[in-house]
Design a protein around this ligand. Structure first.
Ligand code: DGY
Length: 328
């Protein structure tokens, strides 16, 4: 069967796919447009997509042979799942393997913002370090003993929370569900569940780990930011649209919160004139939560496993739309 892959993937996973199917890989670094995806995938039974591909209702409708969309990410907010399901198209993702790498990056941002690492690096490189040692030079915030508020205690939220033990931190969390992870967080880490408002008011560091849905879009805007401590830090490694960037900019500029670490943006790549990038109390990274060699290789293996299973009429292990198997 024919498969279109919207970007080359690391490792050797795609060679394994080519042994079983006819694989066409988009050859450029710039993502294909909607029309280019339609042109290349119109006869395909499967496509491998990235979070930067807009797999909309119209695009799905223009791919009559499509049986499976295998997403190279855990998040799938770029895919119209309802439309895919309605048309009997299987959608899969790559959960689990990127949890630890994303939690590590979250902690890199926490440490960078609290201890002003990016700013200090610029200070040294720009030749501003002219006095040997200064009692008031680049003072930051304590992490040891601080309170961490996790919004969304899923796999990644829990992995971020687990890393607090060495820092002797209190963990607070906000979650709309009660799962084995929320119970484990309470039992193993002494995490305390509370309302979003209470968490924002009490945490020194607030870290966001929710998927982007209609409910979470713009979840952290002016009203929520106004509840945070003036010394608090906001970290977002989930999806940019969960946070209102204009409101965040105002709060950071006026120092009504201490700083922010952002791996994700409303628009990606974020334009250079995004005002957030003018602020010294912002550390910005280009959506690299899962960007380690082994994680990205494992994600590639999983997207290939998922698509092979689906095209072989087996239920893929990492299925997003379970309903697709229960409709007539
Ligand atoms: C995901 O998987 O959803 C991340 O944002 C990229 O790895």
């Amino acid at each position: 069967m024919k498969i279109f892959v919207t970007r080359n993937l690391p490792g050797r996973a795609l060679s394994r796919l080519s042994e079983a199917h006819e694989v066409d890989v988009w050859e450029y670094e710039t993502p294909p447009t909607k029309d280019q995806i339609i042109e290349r995938a119109k006869e395909c039974a499967g496509i491998i997509t990235l979070l930067s591909d807009d797999i909309s209702r119209n695009l799905i409708a223009a791919l009559p042979e499509l049986k499976v969309i295998s997403q190279y990410a855990v998040g799938y907010n770029n895919i119209d799942i309802t439309e895919a399901t309605r048309r009997g198209i299987i959608v899969t993702n790559t959960p689990g393997v990127l949890t630890e790498a994303t939690a590590d990056l979250t902690w890199a941002l926490i440490l960078s913002v609290a201890r002003r690492i990016a700013e200090a690096d610029r200070y040294v490189r720009e030749g501003a370090w002219r006095v040997a040692w200064g009692p008031e030079l680049l003072l930051g915030m304590d992490i040891f003993g601080a309170t961490l508020g996790i919004i969304g205690m899923g796999r990644i939220g829990y992995a971020v929370a687990r890393r607090t033990t060495g820092f002797d931190m209190q963990v607070l969390y906000y979650s709309r569900s009660d799962t084995y992870l929320t119970r484990a967080a309470e039992k193993n880490l002494g995490a305390i569940k509370m309302s979003l408002e209470q968490l924002l008011a009490e945490a020194d560091i607030v870290s966001i780990h929710v998927p982007l849905t209609d409910q979470t879009r713009n979840m952290i805007a002016g009203k929520e930011l106004s509840l945070m401590k003036q010394t608090a830090i906001l970290i977002n490694t989930s999806r940019g649209a969960v946070v209102n960037e204009n409101d965040l900019y105002e709060f950071l500029r006026e120092r009504r919160i201490y700083g922010a670490g952002l791996d994700v943006f409303q628009q990606e790549p974020t334009p250079l004139d995004n005002h957030l990038l003018e602020l010294d109390n912002v550390v910005a990274t280009p959506h690299i939560g899962s960007a380690t060699v082994s994680t990205r290789n494992r994600m590639a293996q999983i997207v290939v496993d998922n698509i092979l299973q689906a095209l072989d009429n087996k239920k893929p292990k990492h299925l997003v739309n379970h309903e697709v198997y229960h409709q007539s």
